[in-house]
Design a protein around this ligand. Sequence first.
Ligand SMILES: Cc1cc2nc3c(=O)[nH]c(=O)nc-3n(C[C@H](O)[C@H](O)[C@H](O)COP(=O)(O)OP(=O)(O)OC[C@H]3O[C@@H](n4cnc5c(N)ncnc54)[C@H](O)[C@@H]3O)c2cc1C
Length: 454
Amino acid sequence: MSVVIIGGGISGLALAHGLHSRGTEVTLLEAGPRLGGNIQSRHRDGFLTEAGPNSFLDREPTLRALAASLGLEGHIRTADPAAKRRYVYTRGKLRAVPMSPPAFLKSDVLPLGAKLRMMGELFTRRAPEGDESLAAFGRRHLGSAATAVLVDAMQLGIYAGDVEALSVAAIFPKVVELERKHRSLVLGMARTRAAERKALPPGQSAPKPSGAVCSFDGGLQVLVDALARKLGPVARTGARVTGLRREGTGWRLAVEEHGQRAELAADQVVLAVPAYVAAELLRPLDEKLAARVEGIAYAPVAVVHLGFAPGSTPPQDGFGFLVPTLERRRVLGVIHASATFPWRAEGGRILYTCMVGGAKRPDLVDLDEEALVKLAREELRELAGVTAEPSFTEVIHWKRGIPQYNVGHLERVAAIDEGVARLPGLYLIGNAYKGVGLIDCVRAANELADTLTR
Ligand SMILES: Cc1cc2nc3c(=O)[nH]c(=O)nc-3n(C[C@H](O)[C@H](O)[C@H](O)COP(=O)(O)OP(=O)(O)OC[C@H]3O[C@@H](n4cnc5c(N)ncnc54)[C@H](O)[C@@H]3O)c2cc1C
């Protein structure tokens, strides 16, 4: 059996590795000059910056296991413990996000009325039929103020999306399940915890899921480079797939490789490309399927790194801060990159990573580099009191950055799965369908590797 994977981001790479290590004949074709897709770590002027993802959440063994299979376990680095502290910019200042119920009671992150409303969660009425936006779900359980501040901030840090458009069932399936079973989330969590405690031998306490923020000593690129080394000639860069057609029981691909046109045959083909690329390749095969895939929207994001000389800015506290849409500011959030990952800034330098744009302000991502640096500096000055001149700047434009799992996403993906099943030997993976995080991409790749080698 021969498999061709189109796309050399983490999804395609993890799948290629899974198949190659089990002896399957596999070829990976990547259009760009380098592997890794969104993952790009860069070393410059004493800073280690990430163009795309910054970290992964170590809440399940998936990514750690991939790293271990590549001999990289010793290179995983956990964020500084202080990064557990997170802030939200609300009502004119940065306020700490409380991490426990007692801290919540004392916290000023919400006004008193909003905190009292949150306590009414116990009396939440059941969900209406069908999919619901994250905002509607949040308002029903926590009230409108908590939704506009805390729920919006939470999604901005992952999706840079529109809280009124995102589907709660697609992005927080476990929370929806908790509601389905218990109506109230507070009740559901209390009952789940009690059941877990009951299942444990006497005297033993339940292990806490780590959920630590992690990266690698040389940035996430370390993972990509190790995959590239392991795959060797299996992974071909500068190889853009321009067409796909059925041939007998297999597939034939049109490829432009380093300026040359060629055709390649495969028994199985995996599209590990963004949805808008997959749609173009699928259009001649199934117009309706292509339209469904193309309907997955992307939020544009600009990443602005600002680096400062040691001691020139106030000390960074915690992981960073998020800025809810209701504040009408121009940054979505800021990562205190050098406090979270001290090894990413040499000799006490300070690194801020500002996220701009998202589903609600896509226009900002059209700004040029100079305008984005100016914008990020103004926002950092006004929100965090950073007045110094940066010694280092870097801007990355992601015109189609993060896929948006908007209301109806689960039905769309189910219909896409049905359409794909009518094309035997063709598969779709990637961050557009069943999880946008690096861990989700690797998990989906592992599952497909199992399916293809069964
Ligand atoms: C700014 C930003 C910040 C993020 N932060 C985080 C984070 O902190 N933590 C986290 O877990 N996730 C984060 N994410 C999400 C995560 O980066 C992505 O979900 C993940 O990297 C997607 O991997 P992928 O392989 O599915 O897609 P991609 O990385 O998009 O890879 C697709 C590949 O397909 C190639 N390709 C396209 N067309 C063709 C063609 N015709 N032929 C051949 N190849 C083609 C592309 O060149 C690309 O290399 C972030 C994303 C962005 C944009």
